[in-house]
Design a protein around this ligand. Structure first.
Ligand code: TXA
Ligand code: MG
Length: 341
């Protein structure tokens, strides 16, 4: 791995260049509406192996396969549950990944050794064009080095992947900012939320009914060592800035009191925009609405590293709607360290 990493634009010509590299079995950083992905031909085992290598990713953590047409699901999965069709109708193309039983054409290296595969039909125009022109389904994890925050700008990808991949397509800042919602289907057809995202549990329930969607264990609680998980990604420490992150749950007065008592060199507070006026300690803000927090979270976690902070105290986000995705990511960044004030 010693590439002279090329920054490509979203022009027709550059998208063709990216598609050519993908056809040849190379790895390319691509924009999506959620976060940037590290893409390669999902059906080419050698190309997929290069993704794991570039990212430093554990081999048992499966990759999501990105398709360019809804009907492509039938090429890669053996069985599409009725609720999957309803969700596809409501939320595809968009930030939703559905785990279904895989066909043999999906190599084991792509599915991390599982007999299921996560399929996503992205809405980002450049992502769709790249899939179309490459002519292959694209396996793509988030384009960060394993363990660091997901990239929401082409520059984030460049920081992590410079020299490790031949090219990155710049498609602007990601509109959603957190990775796609991941669901699987229980034997009885119920929808199981494995990873919250922009498509919220409430959104899913509005389509399949309140009693037909459940949250998997591990979304908001820590999985103990050796415990069986529905999604391998839940096991790994994720999204971690170098600083120690602690989530403080409670009102702003108590938050300020806690920080005052624990203040010192390298301490930084991660607060809402509306908290900032008159806040007496070092801080960075991450938005007010859940949508805004989702969009800014990973970028803020990366800035915290650039600031050289050693301890971060973060205000606890709301846990409804998209807020559950923000909380889920922040919990992992904090290694599940939460203080109730
Ligand atoms: O928004 C996204 O989903 C981004 C963009 C690039 O599309 N991709 C992404 O991929 O976040 P990644 O690899 O960073 O996260 C995929 C998650 C992991 O937690 C993985 O364990 C889970 O989805 N996953 C993938 N396939 C699965 C499967 N067959 N069964 C259970 N979980 C699966
Ligand atoms: Mg990831």
């Amino acid at each position: 791995m010693n590439y002279d990493t090329q920054m490509l634009s979203s022009s027709e010509e550059d998208i063709d260049k990216a598609a050519e590299l993908l056809k040849k079995g190379m790895v390319v950083g691509i924009p999506t509406e959620t976060v940037y992905g590290l893409a390669a031909d999902a059906l080419n085992t050698e190309a997929v192996a290069l993704i794991f290598k570039a990212k430093g990713r554990p081999q048992d953590n499966p990759l999501i396969v990105h398709i360019g047409e809804l009907s492509d699901i039938y090429k890669y999965v053996t069985e599409v549950p009725e609720n999957a069709l309803k969700l596809a109708d409501a939320f595809w193309p968009g930030p939703l990944t559905m785990v279904m039983p895989k066909k043999d054409i999906i190599p084991m290296v792509t599915s991390g050794g599982l007999d299921t595969v996560g399929i996503r039909f992205p809405v980002h125009p450049a992502a769709r064009e790249i899939i179309k022109r490459s002519g292959c389904p694209l396996a793509a994890p988030s384009a960060n080095l394993s363990g660091s925050p997901s990239p929401t700008t082409a520059m984030h990808v460049f920081k992590d992947m410079n020299g490790r991949i031949p090219a990155i397509v710049d498609g602007g800042d990601c509109a959603v900012g957190v990775e796609s919602t991941v669901v699987s289907f229980d034997k009885d057809g119920k929808v199981r939320l494995l990873r919250p995202g922009f498509v919220s549990l409430e959104d899913i329930k509005s389509i399949v009914g309140d009693n037909n969607a459940l949250c998997a264990k591990g979304v908001t609680e820590k999985i103990s060592d050796g415990e069986r998980v529905l999604s391998p990604g839940m096991k790994y420490k994720h999204y971690s800035p170098k600083a120690n992150v602690t989530i403080l749950c409670g009102g702003m007065d108590k938050f300020t009191g806690y920080v005052s008592a624990h203040n010192g060199e390298g301490v930084c507070s991660m607060i809402f925009d509306s908290d900032a006026d008159g806040f007496p300690f070092e801080y960075i803000t991450y938005g007010d609405t859940s949508e805004e927090q989702a969009r800014r979270l990973f970028s803020v976690l990366r800035s915290i590293d650039d600031m050289g902070a050693v301890q971060v105290y973060a205000r606890c986000p709301d846990q409804t709607g998209v807020g559950l995705a923000v909380y889920n990511r922040l919990l992992r960044a904090a290694g599940f360290e939460v203080v109730n004030l």
